[in-house]
Design a protein around this ligand. Structure first.
Ligand code: B12
Ligand code: SF4
Length: 449
């Protein structure tokens, strides 16, 4: 099977590339089953569409698979049309296919099949079904035209999932701006999240939190260190959910003295000073929090189930522990006018004193409670997304939100201390070239009318 990540939509896309962990997990599983598998990450390799097509022509795979998120689905569909000419069977997986179900086969007629949900257990039966001429109903988790669909429920314990086949990826091509040193990888120590934020698409891994034990996690980290990795980004939805497990992971890291630094994602109600201090000693350098808003009414609308006060405490504790903080913030949610947007910006910049921030608009993604409730009302972009079409939910006129969004990015990052920090990070992580590209794109975007 050939697993691919398509090229960038166009040369203006300045996004850094992180490893496609979902594809690496599938490849790990296929390899364990003794099936031939290759990954082509055209995005990370910087290939254009012509080169992508040439490489597919050279390989002519029996089955070609790719995954996609909704806001970049058009690029995936374009890749499917190209792949169609060279692969016998083309299959799409990932969050977009999962959230859309059979609709994705309507939207992209060149697709043969789609796979919904986590696919480590589905991929083997799927390939057998294809090899058998697609006779009979498809296996659980597989979407095929005119066939009934049965959802797949993960059966195996999470520790039994094969490790990602990172050696099939062009590891030298990945960069992460917040990495504190070169040698970068990503990792998952848990899947799923029990919270109910209205904008979050949990269709792939669901609401049941499944976590690997500390020893298994630290064994994988040890492996990464042996392979030359020195900074790992933990992409768990909610790394800090279970305090005891975080403590066990940190203690094991300290005991093994691994030369590894890391970043994780947490909720502001999942941390305290003592825990953050332990995390710092265990190599943690950055914690990202879904702050979402500086307005209590918006937090309620987003069903975040945290208070502004809790956010203040978490950021103060993070700073006191010697860790850097990243705040994800949504601007212009329904009910917000220009004043509320400015209030949120001031909240993260001045009250929380976040080290980094990522502003976005409220996007109604299929698979989220928000999508059921609201239609898309505007199309607002942000610099990290290039020219993604974003089905934004807001009461503000699109042009006004767009202008406020640009102002927000400018007022946070165009400060000497923020610029110094970013420059320092770019040097430390070895990604100054990518940082310069991204910085130029951001400057162009925020200063454009
Ligand atoms: C890491 C991450 C990123 C990274 C890297 C993504 C990447 N290249 O892998 C970055 C920071 C770039 C990113 C960006 C965005 N992200 Co993101 N991201 C994530 C995050 C936190 C983890 C992804 C991950 O590695 N998961 C672990 C692996 C194992 O799961 P997986 O990728 O889903 O793969 C499994 C299945 O989906 C399936 N599968 C995947 N691919 C394929 C292919 C085939 C052939 C098959 C059969 C199966 C299959 O099998 C895999 C193994 O079980 C998820 C949240 C989450 N919990 O998944 C959000 C998430 C995927 N992101 C999301 C979004 C919306 C975005 C943005 C569009 C946000 C935005 N700015 O608007 C941008 C897109 C920018 C862009 N240009 O691409 C949404 C997607 C929802 C949707 N319906 O599309 C998610 C689910 C967050 C959420 N809960 O809402 N993201
Ligand atoms: S936004 Fe974070 S806390 Fe909320 S449901 Fe999604 S993963 Fe869970």
């Amino acid at each position: 099977m050939l697993l691919v990540r398509p090229p960038r939509r166009d040369a203006r896309d300045a996004g850094l590339s992180v490893p496609p962990l979902g594809l690496a997990y599938l490849a790990g599983e296929l390899r364990r089953q003794g099936r031939p598998v290759e990954i082509l990450d055209a995005y990370a390799l910087g290939w254009g569409w012509e080169r992508f097509e040439q490489e597919l022509d050279r390989r002519r795979p029996e089955v070609l698979g790719l995954g996609t998120m909704t806001p970049v689905a058009d690029t995936a569909y374009r890749a499917v049309v190209v792949a169609r000419r060279y692969a016998q069977t083309v299959v799409l997986g990932g969050p977009h296919a999962t959230a859309l179900g059979h609709q994705v086969l309507e939207d992209c007629p060149e697709l043969d099949h789609a796979v919904a949900g986590e696919a480590e257990e589905t991929i083997g039966p799927y390939l057998d079904w294809v090899a058998g001429g697609c006779a009979g109903p498809p296996p659980a988790g597989v979407l095929a035209r005119g066939q009934p669909f049965v959802a797949h429920q993960p059966g195996r314990p999470i520790e039994a999932i094969a490790r990602p086949a990172r050696d099939l990826l062009p590891t030298g091509c990945y960069r992460y701006l917040m990495a504190t040193r070169p040698g970068f990888a990503t990792m998952l120590t848990s899947r799923g999240c029990p919270f109910r934020c209205s904008f979050c698409d949990k269709s792939v891994s669901g609401s049941t939190w499944r976590a690997r034990c500390a020893e298994d996690v630290v064994d994988e980290m040890q492996q990464l260190v042996d392979d030359g990795v020195r900074f790992v980004n933990l992409y768990d939805d909610n790394f800090t959910l279970h305090r005891k497990r975080v403590v066990a992971i940190c203690e094991a890291l300290i005991e093994r003295r691994l030369p590894l630094e890391w970043k994780c994602e947490g909720r502001v109600d999942g941390v305290d000073l003592e825990l953050l201090q332990l995390m710092r000693r265990a190599g943690c350098r950055v914690v990202a929090y879904g702050v979402e808003s500086g307005n209590a009414a918006t937090l309620e609308l987003l069903r975040k189930d945290v208070s502004l006060e809790r956010a203040r405490r978490a950021f103060a504790d993070t700073r006191a522990a010697g860790l850097r903080s990243l705040a994800y913030v949504i601007l212009g949610a329904p009910g917000e006018g220009a004043d509320e947007v400015r209030q949120s910006v001031a909240f993260v910049r001045d009250e929380l004193g976040a080290d980094y921030v990522q502003f976005s608009s409220l996007v109604a993604l299929p698979g989220t409670p928000l999508f059921e409730q609201h239609g898309a009302t505007a199309d607002v972009r942000n610099p990290l997304d290039g020219d993604l079409a974003r089905a934004t939910v807001t009461d503000l006129p699109a042009e006004e939100l767009d202008a406020l969004m640009k102002l927000a990015w400018r007022s946070f990052y165009l400060r000497p201390q923020a610029l110094r920090r970013l420059a320092g990070d770019a040097l430390a992580s070895g990604s100054w070239r990518e940082a310069a590209r991204l910085g130029t794109a951001m400057a162009r975007w925020t200063l454009s009318a």
